[in-house]
Ligand binder design. Structure first.
Ligand code: PLP
Length: 413
């Protein structure tokens, strides 16, 4: 494991987190290279022997160092904006291994993707097909396209991260898919390359994932009959991680189930994991500013806040909080809160912890959807990011300064 105690001090690989706090300050995200690589290897091992592409979902953690590391493992990328495409290219990623998802790609973003030569634009509506066709025609290009189909499978996850139901904004209706493919096949400036789905995030059981693969397979066979052949089948991401007491099926169980469904098919299998590659590979390191004894509750007021990690406020998510050093501080039951002016500004509630002012805490499982969802609310500069590799730690994003936050603002003359 990448985050463990040695002689009473919590480490990231071989580097003590209190040393990182001393060198880089707090709050600070700390990532482990070994943890990312070992999660990646679970995917590559399960997919060995089959034409497959692991397209890391950039929105989970888009730091250039993380992207570069994952790119060097041979991965492609799943992106949802032109900004993410520019990040992938800046990190040395191969645009020919990029799939572009999302319901609202702008004309500029589509043009950027076509100029870069990406693998597939995953379309989410007939309107988007028309737009992509028009942009490609204007540029004299042929756009590689897939449809993201809504398999109408209940992912059994939090409603905000469930995406594969009829009432969600994502994907095209299953029953509409064949008609859209026929339409696409008629257009000279698009080339059909694949099909995709993504049913939601933080899935704990393989069942819904495999059910979605089965629904996709039925559609692929239907398209075959209509004379429409595909180069890839993209089953999305969504495999969960352990934050608390989730009982998770291993990555291999998800992929083996899907591979079983697709046995005998020649199309490349694409998966686009985000959280499961990086989520447990990061922590948010924070310092206790003070201990506040309230009327009904006791609080550890820390220097990280909801702007650094919004998941507890947004999804009611549970993150483990660990003391970085086991000190002699008295045990208590605390809410761990930040200084932001919102009652929703909490990182953890009702936790048994031994900590006092000045102590360091590690908020675990903060490698995914933490920094990428951060904001500058309350004019808080975003935290530094550090990547640990064995005995070395690298500052991979400097802490922002307050001056940078308002550098682009102007007052009236
Ligand atoms: C967000 C997203 C993913 C990644 O989801 P995780 O739950 O982080 O694995 C994969 N594919 C698509 C299309 C997405 O939007």
């Amino acid at each position: 494991m990448s985050f463990e105690y040695h002689s009473g001090r919590l480490h990231a690989e071989e580097v003590a987190l209190d040393d990182i706090a001393r060198r880089h300050g707090t709050p600070c995200y700390v990532y482990s290279r070994a943890a990312i690589e070992s999660a990646y290897r679970e995917y590559s091992a399960a997919l060995a022997g089959r034409p497959a592409l692991i397209a890391y979902s950039v929105k989970a953690n888009s730091n250039l160092a993380v992207l570069a590391l994952i790119s060097r493992l041979g991965a492609g990328f799943d992106i949802v904006s032109g900004g993410e495409l520019k990040r992938v290219i800046a990190a040395g990623g191969d645009p020919r291994k990029v799939v572009f998802s999302g319901v609202g790609k702008t004309e500029d973003e589509i043009a950027l993707a076509l100029e870069a030569g990406i693998l597939s634009l995953n379309l989410e509506s007939g309107a988007e097909l028309e737009r992509v066709d028009a942009v490609a025609a204007r540029l004299g290009k042929v756009a590689p396209v897939a449809f993201r189909v809504n398999p109408d499978v209940d992912a059994r996850t939090h409603p905000y991260i469930s995406t594969g139901l009829k009432q969600n904004k994502f994907g095209v209706a299953y029953a509409e898919a064949e008609k859209l493919y026929r339409d696409a096949a008629e257009r000279p400036n698009v080339k059909i390359v694949g099909i995709g789905c993504h049913i939601g995030s933080q899935l704990t059981r393989a069942g819904p994932f495999v059910a979605a693969a089965e629904r996709m397979l039925a559609l692929v066979q239907q398209l075959d009959t209509a004379g429409i052949t595909l180069e890839h089948i993209d089953l999305g991401g969504g495999i969960g991680i352990r934050y608390h007491e989730e009982r998770l099926e291993p990555i291999g169980a998800f992929l083996d189930g899907a591979l079983g469904m697709l046995a005998g098919r020649k199309e490349t299998l694409i998966v686009d994991p985000g959280r499961s590659l990086v989520g447990n590979a990061g922590v948010l390191l924070t310092r206790v500013e003070l201990v506040k004894h309230g009327e009904a509750k006791n609080f550890l007021v820390v220097d990280a806040a909801m702007n650094d990690l919004i998941r507890p406020a947004l999804y009611d998510a549970w993150h483990e909080v660990r003391p970085v050093r086991k000190t002699g501080a008295p045990q208590g039951v605390y809410d761990v809160v930040g200084p932001v002016c919102e009652s929703g500004d909490f990182l953890a509630r009702d936790r048994q912890l031994a900590a006092m002012a000045g102590d360091l805490l590690a908020v675990m499982s903060a490698g995914a959807y933490a920094m990428t969802m951060s904001s500058n609310y309350n004019s808080r500069p975003r935290a530094a990011e550090v990547l640990v590799d064995g005995r070395a730690d690298f500052l991979v994003r400097e802490r922002e300064t307050v001056e940078e936050l308002f550098a682009k603002e102007r007052v009236l003359p």
